[in-house]
Design a protein around this ligand. Structure first.
Ligand SMILES: [Zn+2]
Ligand SMILES: [Zn+2]
Length: 162
């Protein structure tokens, strides 16, 4: 019988977690909820996205841990009356947005794998070959790759540039 209370508590906790997730996703994603980018409506594929892209930074500020997500995030949103600035994205669009300077590739074309390989090829001029780094082609390639890295840095809370 002692075990029963434990099991019930575990079920209660699990229910609360799922309820918080459902409430948050319904609040930000409509009912039935959909991905704001591609319209995906499979509930298990939906996630909360911080619209400005400051996800990790915000999590660190709120919870003291940038890796924290999921239940703590959903509970935070619920306990704070679902503040503005969030939307529902599917995991694909969430990843695409993070990886493409804050815009899902569905909306803003991302460099293709071939394009990235070409950019790195342009950047590989050899050490000390400064003249080669001053060509327009080199600068353009550097900017393109740099922008991608900068967005990644920004979400890590390192740079506020741009
Ligand atoms: Zn999507
Ligand atoms: Zn998308």
């Amino acid at each position: 019988m002692g075990q029963k209370g434990f099991v019930n508590n575990a079920v209660g906790l699990r229910f609360r977690n799922i309820r918080d997730r459902i409430d948050a996703i319904r609040h930000y994603g409509g009912n039935p909820p959909r991905c704001a980018c591609c319209g995906e409506d499979q509930f298990s594929l939906l996630s909360i996205d911080h619209i400005d892209g400051g996800g990790n930074e915000e999590r660190e500020k709120l919870f003291g841990d940038r890796r924290l997500c999921g239940h703590d995030m959903y509970r935070y949103l619920r306990n704070n009356g679902f503040p503005d600035g969030y939307q529902v994205l599917c995991y694909s669009c969430n990843t695409g947005k993070r990886d493409n300077m804050g815009n899902c590739p569905h909306k803003v074309p991302a460099p293709s794998p071939d394009e990235f390989l070409r950019l790195f090829d342009v950047l590989r001029v050899g050490q000390g070959n400064w003249a080669a780094t001053e060509t327009d082609e080199y600068q353009a390639a550097f900017q393109a790759v740099q922008r991608k890295w900068q967005f990644g840095k920004k979400t890590e809370g390192v740079s506020e540039a741009d």
